[in-house]
Design a protein around this ligand. Structure first.
Ligand SMILES: [Zn+2]
Length: 223
């Protein structure tokens, strides 16, 4: 029950709300990309959250090992993000063993991201923990939720609540009439549909399906 939580903000430098929220309550946290944060840019050369375990001399490739050095490999990382689309907040895991932690944050949706998206080079591929998308970049609710998550974890620790769990298995290649976390007519559940950082990379969002976890087994939810 006595877990060490390690908070991380601004892995993407334009996602400033969680950093400001934690600073306001005096909560210790690791700033992922300080130079990008200073310049209010997502990154300097490359997406830091796709640069862990990648060798190179670009800013984020040099920064990634420094971030890992600041994070104890036995603690649990809570990596805060915000987004540019319209979506409810949600948590991201890359390993099912982190679903109890993701279920303790007070967000309704938990997305299991497999290797196909960040190709295994996200922060949470290198440390136990979760990423949490607390809301839109400039939304006051993102600030408030970041503080609530910190308080909840510090007061209650890992105390899983009922959540909906999804598995991402592809990308949305064409625009459509999608609402994030609402099953569309074509049967897919969109995640981060309309995210500008994705549109810049040539796709519109992620495709997920809902899964049901039973005693450690994963079953697809019947359509
Ligand atoms: Zn982000």
């Amino acid at each position: 029950m006595n877990h060490e939580f390690q908070f991380v903000t601004a892995i993407h430098g334009n996602e400033t709300m969680p950093h400001r929220a934690l600073r306001q309550i005096g909560e210790k946290h690791v700033i992922g990309n300080p130079l990008a944060l200073l310049l209010n840019r997502r990154f300097i050369n490359l997406d830091l959250n796709a640069s862990f375990g990648v060798r190179g001399v670009l800013y984020e490739q040099l920064r990634a090992p420094q971030v890992l050095k600041k994070l104890n490999s036995h603690g649990l990382v809570i990596d805060f993000h915000t987004f540019s689309c319209d979506s409810p907040p949600f948590a991201i895991v890359v390993d099912e063993s982190m679903i109890p932690l993701a279920s303790s944050l007070g967000v309704e949706h938990v997305v299991h991201m497999r290797h196909n998206i960040k190709k295994g080079h996200a922060l949470i591929n290198f440390r136990d923990g979760v990423s949490v998308e607390v809301g839109a970049h400039k939304d006051q609710r993102s600030f408030d939720l970041a503080q609530q998550i910190v308080m909840k974890l510090k007061n209650n620790g890992i105390k899983p609540q009922s959540v909906r769990v999804y598995e991402v298995f592809g990308k949305i290649e064409e625009p459509g009439n999608y609402q994030n976390f609402v099953r569309a007519q074509d049967g897919i559940i969109p995640v981060l549909y309309g995210e500008k950082a994705y549109i810049k990379q040539g796709f519109y969002g992620l495709i997920a399906r809902e899964i049901i976890l039973k005693g450690g087994d994963t079953h697809e939810r019947a359509q």
